[in-house]
Design a protein around this ligand. Structure first.
Ligand code: SER
Length: 311
């Protein structure tokens, strides 16, 4: 079957790179990029591009019909740090937009959905090391609560209505093409920009805050990997644990210093430290590896080398 793909939130950190990869893989005309704002996404990504506020169900339906969309990658979200500042708005955005897409799938208007979850679904009661797929969750951030609720709704729509929705619990994502916005793991991107521009970085997390991380090419590979896997291999319909790297700011700074020996870092933890403290340090992603063959490619060294060469 000929797939027509719509990417919501295509101007974001994941979206920009996902659209590029999908357009190389399928034909460009079949991958529609959309964002709430026209620029810079439209110039960056090119056509086809549509402005969509994913809160607007009518607009979504209009674009799905216009391009005969079969698959939606829903990448719209308010991330952890921003959502703590506007809890209800974060909840409304993260949930309402998911329901729009799940409902359209239930009604047969689209037939496959990708929706990202996050390590933020875990909380202070979760085992921090090698966090299992199935474990105590109890997230404490609005973002985490919305992602965990969303996971359960995805599984519900799959169970009850046969909706083919697939999801990954992304770790912190590191990339150079588009900046992340409003996340707790954003330091691991900012640090490269500041290292190159100023030779120093003031880190908003404490030096020993270990978090699960991943270089963007691995995240894109996982995303397309789970979407292309035969349906019966996607056994978990909440969301899959996904892992690649695990490091703290001190370790990342040292890896940068191997290329830029003059680089200096100091630590001024802010409110985001309280968010990070309740998240896992490392993730057990064996279910994804077993079920649909996930395997990351990039080490910390590879990632640092590529980031410094490209930011
Ligand atoms: N990277 C996200 C954040 O920090 C977590 O999914 O909010």
């Amino acid at each position: 079957m000929q797939e027509n793909i719509l990417v919501l939130g295509a101007g974001g950190q994941i979206g920009t790179e996902l659209v590029e990869t999908l357009r190389k893989k399928y034909s460009s005309a079949r991958v529609v990029a959309s964002d709430i704002k026209e620029e810079p996404a439209k110039t960056l990504l090119g056509e086809p591009f549509e402005v969509i506020d994913a809160m607007d169900r009518d607009r979504l339906e209009e674009i799905v019909a216009k391009y005969k969309i079969t698959q939606v990658y829903h990448l719209v979200a308010m991330l952890s740090a921003t959502a703590e500042k506007m809890p209800r708005k974060g909840w409304d955005l993260n949930m309402e937009t998911l329901f729009h897409v799940l409902e359209m799938a239930r009604e047969g208007k689209i037939n496959k959905v990708f929706w990202p979850s996050s390590i933020a679904v875990f909380g202070p009661d979760t085992p921090r090391q090698n966090t299992p797929q199935h474990t105590v969750m109890n997230p404490t951030t609005v973002y985490g609560i919305s992602k965990l609720s969303g996971e359960l709704w995805c599984a519900y729509y799959h169970e009850k209505y046969g909706v083919d929705v697939r999801s990954l619990r992304y770790p912190g994502l590191i990339s150079y093409k588009t900046l992340p916005g409003g996340g707790t793991t954003d330091y691991a991107v900012d640090i490269f920009h500041q290292a190159k521009a100023r030779g120093q970085y003031e880190c908003f997390l404490a030096e020993d805050t270990t978090l699960p991380m991943m270089y963007m090419p691995d995240a894109i590979k996982a995303t397309i990997g789970i979407m292309e896997a035969p349906s019966e291999q996607v056994k978990i319909r909440t969301s899959y644990n996904l892992a690649a790297l695990s490091f703290d700011p001190r370790t990342l700074a040292k890896a940068i210093q191997e290329h830029l020996p003059e680089f200096r870092i100091n630590y001024v933890p802010d409110y985001r430290q309280a968010i990070a403290r309740n998240w896992p340090g490392s993730i057990d992603d064996s279910a994804a590896r077993t079920d649909w063959g996930w395997k990351p490619a990039f080490s910390l060294k590879d990632m640092v080398r590529e980031m410094l060469a490209n930011v």
